[in-house]
Design a protein. Structure first.
Length: 236
């Protein structure tokens, strides 16, 4: 794998996905970000086994390939590079290291095989709809403060997202409670949302989605099944 990418694009994408990675992991591969180079794009993926975040950025790809590298270490290296720098990423199967270089700076990072990275499966059944990012942000902002932080009551550790009908009008509703207070917010249900399964979205996922909404350039596509929910912003 060999490519060149602008520091700003690399930093933004890494900043998104590395936030999912826990600082301490007993499973080494979960500390890494999956880098996939191909077709003038570099794709990024990170997971904690409960949530997966992916992103991509434009890159000048000389040799396509995949590898995983320590997410937080790579992010900190790129963050400290000078603005406007062109960053080169090089991995050869002959050398078990990812070489990161920019100008006179050069770093060698340990790697793990891309085949070891646990990619989250997708569910085909469910509902899919598109909604303005402002509407989703409002639902989160008006309810997440009431999400419980008591881990023993795991069913309260998230936001209950579901559709209801009032006076024949379908609504998308978000509800959170910690057992002492309850917060509720709703918005007209987007086309395709009515009849979809209700799901409890974990607190960590909600926090990550809300942070990404500030950078989103357009509407959000939501795909929900009985077991999983997917938020897509932009082209990633």
């Amino acid at each position: 794998m060999q490519l060149t990418i602008e520091r700003s694009a690399l930093l933004k994408a890494l900043g998104h996905v590395q936030s999912v990675v826990e600082r301490r992991n007993t499973i080494p591969i979960l500390s890494n970000v999956l880098l996939s180079a191909g077709r003038d794009r570099l794709a990024f993926a990170a997971t904690d086994l409960d949530m997966e975040m992916v992103d991509e950025a434009e890159a000048q790809v000389q040799v396509e390939g995949q590898i995983t590298a320590p997410a937080h270490t790579l992010y900190e290296i790129v963050r400290k590079l000078p603005e406007g720098a062109e960053v080169s990423l090089l991995y050869s199967g002959d050398d078990p290291r990812l070489v990161v270089s920019a100008g006179r700076s050069r770093f060698n990072l340990p790697v793990l095989p891309a085949g070891d990275f646990p990619v989250m499966s997708t569910d085909s059944a469910g509902a899919s709809y598109v909604m303005p990012k402002e509407d989703l942000a409002r639902l989160i902002d008006k309810t997440r403060f009431a999400v419980s932080t008591e881990e023993t009551r795991y069913y309260l550790n998230g936001l209950y997202l579901h559709t209801v009908s009032e006076a024949g009008v379908p609504l998308l509703r978000a509800v959170a409670t910690d057992g002492h207070r309850l917060a509720l917010a709703e918005t007209p249900a987007p086309e395709g949302a009515a009849g979809g399964p209700g799901v409890i979205v974990p607190r960590k996922t909600i926090d990550q989605v809300r942070r990404l909404l500030d950078d989103a350039g357009g509407p959000v596509e939501v795909t929900v099944s009985a077991q999983k929910i997917r938020f897509q912003m932009g082209e990633a």
